[in-house]
Design a protein around this ligand. Structure first.
Ligand code: C2E
Ligand code: MG
Ligand code: MG
Ligand code: MG
Length: 288
């Protein structure tokens, strides 16, 4: 009896594995066509500076969206597949061009100080000539290099290769800024923070989520904010969902925030509508 139950479990396990592999294959072949079928779009999430009770929009993060069979697929599901197949190289170039172009349009419409944050995959940086491609995209879209912030993750820094280091320095030499995304979730040694040409530290939302109620989260976010500041980096807190978190962050000296409390990621047209209703101060939109 025990034996047959074991067999059943084994069969279930195999089914699970099989359907997972089948799903991967299905996504992979669909993703290979997605660019030409124009199935990708970008959403933009505001990044704000909170000073007093007036949050200002300082930048937007471009986030990739994909609909497959008319269903949205979560980035955490399809982006790893794009990376595995290296299709992220082509898709990432599309994201870069599209985002730079859109933000340049907003700049010309009056938001002269607005910056554009784009997530970068390690696969893109591994391409020889990535910096040259970047320079070309900036030239073609007219976005000033200083208005672009490329977000990389700790796993990328941990490669610690000459190639990677060289590519990051070439990017910085163009005047493009670099952010370390999801900081605190990887295994990056603190020494890396000094070795690479970083400008911004993004505190992962897992630390913000439980603040200010959970003492450990408070201690960790406080330490990360302090670390960023003493290294001369701008610190952005991700995943801010409650006003209590905003108050906590401001008290800790972190004025740059991003999260559902301010806005979910939205299509460009929706964000445009949001902007139109607000007053523009010093070349930046005031929110709320
Ligand atoms: P990320 O770069 O850390 O982006 C922030 C993620 O947090 C986004 O998830 C955003 O929707 C979500 N988020 C923002 N505010 C809140 C909040 O208040 N609460 C909660 N619970 N979540 C919040 P999304 O859009 O699902 O993207 C997930 C990840 O996929 C991104 O994390 C990024 O690593 C990757 N990704 C997205 N677009 C691209 C892309 O164009 N290229 C590459 N290489 N990766 C991308
Ligand atoms: Mg990001
Ligand atoms: Mg992040
Ligand atoms: Mg994240």
């Amino acid at each position: 009896r025990a034996k047959s139950a074991g067999k059943d479990q084994f069969a279930l396990f195999c089914d699970g594995l099989h359907s997972k592999a089948a799903r991967q294959l299905e996504l992979e072949s669909a993703l290979a066509q997605a660019l030409t079928r124009r199935e990708f779009t970008l959403h933009y999430q505001p990044i704000c500076r909170v000073a007093g009770d007036q949050p200002y929009l300082v930048g937007v993060e471009a986030l990739l969206r994909w609909r497959f069979n008319n269903q949205p697929v979560a980035p955490n599901e399809f982006i790893p597949v794009l990376e595995e197949s290296r299709e992220i190289v082509r898709v990432g170039e599309w994201v870069l061009r599209e985002a730079c172009c859109q933000v340049r349009r907003w700049q010309l419409a009056g938001q002269s100080q607005l910056y554009c944050a784009v997530n970068l995959s390690i696969r893109q940086l591994q391409q020889p000539g990535f910096a040259a491609l970047l320079a070309r995209v900036l030239r073609e879209t007219g976005l000033p290099p200083a208005s672009l912030l490329l977000e990389i993750t700790e796993t990328l820094l941990m490669q610690d290769s000459e190639l990677m280091m060289g590519a990051l320095h070439e990017i910085a030499a163009l005047g493009v800024r670099l952010a370390l995304d999801d900081f605190g979730t990887g295994y990056c040694s603190l020494g890396y923070l000094k070795r690479y040409p970083l400008h911004v530290l993004k505190v992962d939302r897992s630390f913000i989520a439980a603040a200010p109620d959970d003492a450990d989260s408070v201690a960790i976010s406080r330490a990360v904010i302090g670390l960023g500041q003493s290294l001369g980096l701008a610190v952005v807190a991700e995943g801010v969902e409650h006003p209590e978190q905003v108050a906590f962050l401001v008290a800790e000296g972190c004025q740059l925030v991003q999260g559902y409390w301010f806005s979910r990621p939205r299509p460009a047209t929706e964000l445009q509508a949001l902007f139109d209703g607000e007053r523009c101060v010093d070349g930046l939109w005031r929110l709320r």
